[in-house]
Design a protein. Sequence first.
Length: 451
Amino acid sequence: MKRLGFAFLIFAALVYFAGAAEPNRTPESLTIDLPATLRLAGGRNLDVQLAREKLAEAYAAEESAIERFFPWVAPGVTYRRHDNLIQNTEGLIEEVHKQSYAPGGTIVAQTDIGDAIFKSLEAHQLTKAARHGLDVQRAETILAAAHDYFDLAAAHEAIGVAREALRASADYAAEIDRAVNAGIAFKGDALRVKVQQQRDEIALRRAEENVRLASTKLVQILHLDPIIELMPRDASVVPLSIVSAKGSLGDLVSQALAERPETQQSAALLSAAQHAKNGSIYGPLIPSVGGQAFFGGLGGGMNSETGHFGESEDYVALLTWRVGPGGLFDFGNIHARQARLRGAAFTADKVIDQVANEVITSQTRVQSLADQIATAKQSLSDAAEALRLGQERKEFGVGVVLETILAEQDLARARNDYLNIVTDYNKTQYALLRALGRLCPPLSTSRSAVH
């Protein structure tokens, strides 16, 4: 027993220290590409999983609506006892002591046919709406994941830009310090270069911070271990050709309205509201059908007699209409369903306007950013040439320190501008793809997308 107790203490200590060390785990780096990002977003994201559960709930509600057509069974045993006064069939009051028992099964069928019909039609449309709602959530999540992946890749490339700027300013600071010590350069120029070097150090630190933040945001969307640090497989940000922005706006908007799951979802909700309104008006006109059947035996007699037992059957058929609340002339329910139908129609119109706006906005931005890329590329080339010329003048003693510093700043800004424009261009293409209703998880193009 002592050995067992000692072993248990050791095991408990190991579990304790393992749990205590859990929060201090070393972050693990994983390399991920864009197709893997989109696949994981469509499968692991919590919002997508919640949408799946809403769809499962809608299926269950539709099953319950269909079950309204079927009877329910209530087997049981009936026991009756009466003592003292009772009125007989001739109207006389007399004292009676009697009992009876009726073991058997009772089948009760009660179906509100009108309510069952329209509720099942409404539930079917709500299931369709939930299915399209899942598609909407998946598309939104995939778009967000694509944006975050491009941000992550851009953040990694921005580190390279910041490091290059810092290297240049550090080299120039060392060079001018040597010139100041030799008495051939002005101390103020050295301070200017030092200030620029410090600014480049801050820019590099911010770039490193942005990388971690971009990774954390993408990890959250993909529902991965929070301490994982994601690395893009290719950190080189280049303009992608994902979707064509050519074509008339009318054709693009028509295509989006036909393909977008939002429009199909709103159409299903509108149809469900229509069935609910029809059910409030026409459903009560259809009678409720009911029936009851008892199969068993009956026994008993005067006082405490238990004999005279034999077979017994009872049958009841009902055909009823309900007038008032929940039935005919329930104007409050009718008005409420009509208001719901009008609201669903307004929502459908709002979705159409939103889809059209997204198509026009995305197409306009794609075309504009494509033009900006050409300008930014030329600006990058000009900034690099200006820095080269400034360095040549400095070497020949013609230029001044401030010119070179400004040229380096211009080059760094041009690189960052080009990087940001290309990133926005790629993101906006995915936004246009989403606006057109063509954004879906890509097929696997590699065996090992995540390492």
